[in-house]
Design a protein around this ligand. Structure first.
Ligand SMILES: Cc1ncc(COP(=O)(O)O)c(C=O)c1O
Length: 388
């Protein structure tokens, strides 16, 4: 690992990973490398146990009683696709916010061409969606409301509990894209009244890429959901039809068991360090970034500018310098790694008025040091001084 690098791109993927994650993946491949749920020999059973433990601990972490209702996917994008294509039919109505990532927008735009009706609840300049706007858009045909728990552009935390309660009142399903919050904020799907929770393993949960999942709450009629993939599950091998039971209905083909071993270790790392303690550290660094950037000339800061209302994601622009140049120079001249541009979220940038160029996004993580935040502020100050 190059220790001179300052990695502030945890919203894209967290890095570095805890050593425990690296170790768990190496041990898995060396010691339990059979195909889980397939052959029945000791290495297959050992692998199956790791996958089941990951399912059980993740279900428990998100407040889901039945671990079998957690379906593993390759990432949150696949989980969202499974939910949207699984549930929506021509004539259904869907409400989303104007801050959604393309993981939601692109399937929705495609479904729109197939007869699904869309409405977007407008968000404010702080990225926040108001409950009143969502409520106004609800109709009898509204099958689903889908919202990200926190924006990957501004970090804005959405009022998930309130939207969940509203959806229950109107008998509408509620899908949450927890890409930026799983492993960062506490999520209990029962308490928040979330029906479908889509998460990715490689960001806040500190696992490897290629891991994620969809939680199906009790109200979700999974038997009616269309499948994205069919194939071997290691169960009911005598039948040529897909098993109907969970999770096999939605999990065909050999799972990413090595990745799930790493994801389990990432989750255990978070649990042993306590979500609250990690959040406290990230919140104080976020506060420093917000104050430091706000004080610089030519800097425009987007989002709530309030660490209690956002996850550790900050977006800014510098008047007079292209965001791509800022990103390039931070990397080349200072070893600071961030993400300039649209961050796969054109809708969010249209909301903020930063389309089509986007912003520079800084996203600290659990391993970010206070002194690194200071270095970033000094670097942006130098860039900003060039424009005076
Ligand atoms: C809000 C949001 N949704 C979806 C995604 C897609 O995540 P993945 O690439 O892991 O599927 C991201 C990641 O950038 C995100 O921030």
């Amino acid at each position: 690992m190059d220790s001179s690098l300052i990695y502030l791109d945890n919203a894209a993927t967290s890095w570095p990973k805890p050593p425990e994650v690296v170790q768990a993946m190496a041990s898995f491949i060396a010691e339990s490398g059979g195909n889980p749920g397939r052959s029945g020999h000791r290495l297959s059973l050992a692998a199956g146990r790791v996958v089941y433990q990951a399912r059980e601990e993740l279900a428990d972490f998100f407040g889901l009683d039945d671990p079998l209702r957690l379906v593993f996917t390759a990432n949150v994008t696949e989980a969202i696709n499974l939910a949207l294509y699984g549930l929506l039919r021509s004539g259904d109505h869907v409400i989303a916010s104007s801050m959604e990532h393309n993981a939601v927008m692109r399937p929705l735009r495609h479904l729109q061409r197939e007869g699904v009706h869309l409405s977007f609840a407008p968000c404010g300049m702080d990225g926040h969606v108001s409950l009143a706007h969502v409520e106004k858009l609800l109709k009898t045909q509204t099958r689903l409301v889908v919202v990200n728990h926190a924006s990957n552009v501004t970090g804005t935390i959405q009022p998930i509990a309130e939207i969940g309660a509203l959806c229950r009142e109107h008998n509408t399903l509620f899908l949450v894209d927890a890409a930026q919050t799983a492993g960062v904020l506490p999520i209990n799907i029962e308490e928040l009244q979330i029906d479908l929770l889509a998460f990715t393993g490689h960001k806040g949960l500190l696992g490897p890429t290629g891991t994620g999942g969809l939680l199906l709450g009790e109200r979700v009629p999974f038997e009616e959901m269309k499948l994205l993939v069919r194939g071997g599950t290691g169960s009911r091998s005598e039948y040529e039809e897909q098993p109907e039971f969970l999770p096999d209905r939605f999990e065909s083909g050999t799972p990413n068991s090595i990745g799930l071993a790493g994801l389990l270790a990432g989750l255990q790392f978070i649990k042993s360090h306590a979500l609250d303690a990690l959040r406290e550290q990230e919140t104080s660094q976020l506060a420093r970034l917000i104050i430091g950037l706000s004080n610089l000339p030519n800097v425009r800061l987007f989002g709530p500018r309030d660490p209690s209302r956002q996850v550790p994601v900050v977006s800014f622009t510098l008047d007079g310098m292209r965001v791509s140049d800022i990103g390039f120079r931070l990397d080349e001249e200072y070893g600071i790694l961030c993400r300039p541009g649209l961050q796969c979220s054109p809708a969010a940038h249209r909301t903020l008025g930063t389309f089509p160029h986007g912003t520079v996004r800084l996203s600290p993580g659990p391993f970010t040091k206070d002194r690194e935040i200071e270095s970033v502020l000094e670097a942006v100050e130098r860039l900003s001084a060039e424009l005076l």
